[in-house]
Design a binder for this molecule. Sequence first.
Ligand SMILES: C[S@@+](CC[C@H](N)C(=O)[O-])C[C@H]1O[C@@H](n2cnc3c(N)ncnc32)[C@H](O)[C@@H]1O
Length: 274
Amino acid sequence: MSRTEWPEDVAGEIRRRVLAEPGFMKVTQVVRRGGGTFRVSLRPVVIKGEKGYQGEMTEEGRTQVKNFDLEGARSGLEEMLGQTGPRELHLVTASGDLHVRVTKKGKFLESRSSPMARDVDEQQGHDRVKRQPLTDFDSAALLKALGIADADGRIRASMRGKYDQVNEFLKVIDAAIADKPEKTLNIVDCGCGRAYLTLAVYFYLTAVRGFEVRVCGIDRKTDVIATARRLAADLDVAEHVVFVEGELAESEPPFEADMVLSLQGVCQESDRIF
Ligand SMILES: C[S@@+](CC[C@H](N)C(=O)[O-])C[C@H]1O[C@@H](n2cnc3c(N)ncnc32)[C@H](O)[C@@H]1O
């Protein structure tokens, strides 16, 4: 065995993730040889309603593109894995990336990324990445603090619904602020609960839209307000994201609201909100 051949466990992982993982998006390998590079990639595509693969090979400035069925993709991948010498392989999937650099001396340097930065659009063929507001910025710390993502950054199955809900709500907010000339916004989140939306809207609008934002979450429950305050402090935004405990009808946010939100039902005991 050449000292730069793939170790069997890594090759096995690549085969499995490329050919069998539903969230596979792309694998690319760049091999250095004779002072030049040979680049080959494989990605899933939908051809006439059928899932297939598209291979792309570039050498000396010439690119060839070819479509494959599963068997064709399998042999294309074997050819890719059969390449030796210094090279880099980058595997992109919805469950995270694998990056391997093989040095001239035959050292394998592996790195892996966390999975939550992407979501796969099955309707479009599994190569298309859905744009989701929570993937438009580095939301790792936020999602972990909220318990939506686990310690490895994966969206917990039990929290997938909340993750989707918050993403959808952020899209609505995005549309509502599209024509807003001033970049400041005071937001009140009614019945904020554990502040999933309250904190997400703050981070999204500041990090992605460049707004100066103040958010106030209101909830009648003492325990959820305590949790929300702790989360805001842990995420170092307690100055801008505040919480008021009380009935909506009786609570005063510390500023005049430009926007009022409510996700998942509040019950009003009077007509008046503030
Ligand atoms: C289903 S939870 C949703 C929480 C949060 N918006 C979310 O989507 O994760 C509804 C929250 O609204 C609060 N709530 C409902 N009616 C309220 C009222 N009249 N005044 C204050 N809080 C209220 C409840 O205490 C509860 O925490």
